[in-house]
Design a protein around this ligand. Structure first.
Ligand SMILES: *Cc1c(COP(=O)(O)O)cnc(C)c1O
Length: 248
């Protein structure tokens, strides 16, 4: 619901927010000796209307993330196949939504079980496409989070057989890891979570060196600068650009 704000006001706000986020990313890059070109900003559109997404597209944004397979698929259908748009599935995927995800999304950040991997493989093979995926890992141990259980480094070896099996699925292409830090008022508290994902990345590079672990999808509106400093290559940012979600 647009309420009392005119479309023009919304557009100006989104443009200003986007610019501000980009500046903050650039500053975090400078602090940590990184290049902004190594960071992919994904605008999370869950809960937002097609009008607002169209506005973001007009302002030059091209990478979008949705949490709920169906909600996203409906918007993707309405917006249509504009050149250069990329849709990322970043939320938990129930088995029965696997085919929908393969049909509509370009990349999956939330591959969180071998079983889901096998199902996605089946539909990707049927569709004749190879899908880039990230393995979602729960490194914080927060119980409400999805992802491969990865809070305890002494158990990381337990992940290796599932991960190598996923790597062998011919229509999925592992590109790296994804995590979500718990929400903290102070983003510094998210730092150890991001650090642990980087440690897991190092561990996997050592133990499964034939797989590409380069991408790290971590960092949201509340903690993206810390994520950049710790090595994120993909940020998933919603509210800080599009404003508060009307529902969710
Ligand atoms: C909602 C969501 C985001 C974006 O959160 P904001 O606080 O709006 O930046 C990022 N990643 C996931 C998995 C989400 O569900």
């Amino acid at each position: 619901m647009i309420g009392t704000n005119s479309a023009e006001e919304i557009r100006l706000t989104i443009a200003k927010n986007h610019q501000h986020v980009q500046e903050r990313i650039a500053e975090a890059c400078k602090r940590s000796g990184r290049s902004v070109t190594d960071i992919n900003l994904i605008v999370v559109t869950k809960g937002h209307s097609v009008e607002r997404i169209r506005c973001a597209i007009e302002l030059g944004m091209r990478e979008f993330g949705e949490n709920y397979p169906e909600e996203g698929a409906e918007k993707i259908q309405i917006i249509g196949d504009l050149p250069g748009l990329t849709w990322h599935m970043i939320g938990h995927i129930q088995s029965r939504k696997a085919e929908l995800v393969v049909d509509y999304y370009d990349m999956i950040h939330s591959l969180d079980s071998l079983k889901l991997g096998r199902r996605l493989e089946r539909f990707a093979a049927k569709k004749g496409r190879k899908i880039p995926v990230l393995l979602e890992c729960n490194v914080s141990g927060e119980e409400t989070k999805f992802g491969f259980a990865a809070a305890d480094p002494s158990r990381w070896q337990d992940l290796l057989s599932d991960f190598s099996e996923i790597a062998q699925l011919p229509h999925l292409e592992i590109c790296g890891l994804m995590t979500m830090a718990p929400f903290f008022e102070n983003p510094e508290h998210a730092r150890p979570v991001f650090r642990k994902l980087v440690e897991l990345q190092n561990y996997l590079r050592e133990h499964l060196p034939h797989i590409n672990w380069d991408e790290l999808s971590m960092g949201m509106s509340s903690d993206f600068e810390v994520a950049v400093e710790e090595g994120a290559t993909m940020l998933r940012i919603g509210q800080a650009i599009l404003g508060a979600r009307p529902y969710c």
